[in-house]
Write a protein of this length. Sequence first.
Length: 376
Amino acid sequence: MSDDTESARKDTSKSPEEPIEFLPIARSSPRRTISTGYIHLGASREIVPVLRELGLDPDALIRASGLEPCQFEDSTNVVTFASLARLYTLSVASTRCPHLGLLVGRRATILSMDLVGRLMQHSETVGAALDGLVSNLDVQDRAVVASLTNTDGVALLTFAVYSPSTESAEQITDASLAIAVNALRALCGSEWNPIEVLVPRTTPSNPEPYRQHFRAPVRFNQESATLVFPAEDLMRKVAGADPLLRTVLEDRMRQLRADAGAGFSDDIRRLLRTRLLGARCTAEDMAGLLAVHRRTMSRRLRGSGQGYRLMTNQIRFEIARQLLGDTEVPLVEIAAALGYSEASAFTRAFRRWSGQTPTAWRAGWGHDARLPPSAG
């Protein structure tokens, strides 16, 4: 085990509100590059002590999900996201704790995010730290995507699961929000709180654990998993940041990204997952974000066997399924969020994708619905 991995393990055991020591990172520390659908355990390693606290044997559940208990000894171990999501599903069912993901995220610290967390620690400002999180999360996590927007003096940090047919997406996003709050408190001070927190799941019977952790109003049945906070917080200086270490970490991130060889289509999917809700996402818009000509983008997508329209509809279907299954957001609001001028147009599209109306899918949870490969 490398020295910095051992240091991160020690720091991860701290309370989220304790001061976190800024530690150097060894240039030779081994890190595995990952492909789409894989993830470093990171903060999810905390599911082991959470299950023990709730009176269960974590090893049995870990094996039932297709993983091995020894994998949870190191947060940098790489696992399939499908297996990890399955573990959350089994754990929620066994504990009957609907906010298990929140408990997992609540135990994590900024160092639970390994290299990304260290990059955040050594950024000049909070805004630069969050930009580093958004830009580099895919180095360690190829199933969750983050975005940061700043509008009218309000900053929005949003997380979304973008892998198709993912189990327990609400648990994963709960954990992501909880970790993000801990990271921001590490950067801004333990008294930092968001203005409000948006959660894309039905209102739980006991919302108090959410209020206690976030120390802010929590709004359920929302379209996205978002922390809302003053944009002026982005300008805060990060105490103890080391510009030299920041440069070393950025170089390491670039190397890992190059080694991973992320596909062009995967980059677009990640951008679409957070931008389809309430934003323009034409082919021209996406090409501009990727700094390529639209014809170049279309040619590269054809090379991967997909077109932009098909990919956009696949992401719309994924978002629609998540909102229909995990929330009580009305159909008219889901339609508007996905860019449809009328609910009837959304209903026609959803029926074409799944063979069911959105109402029928929601009533039956639509577990067997799949997007036909040729849907447009």
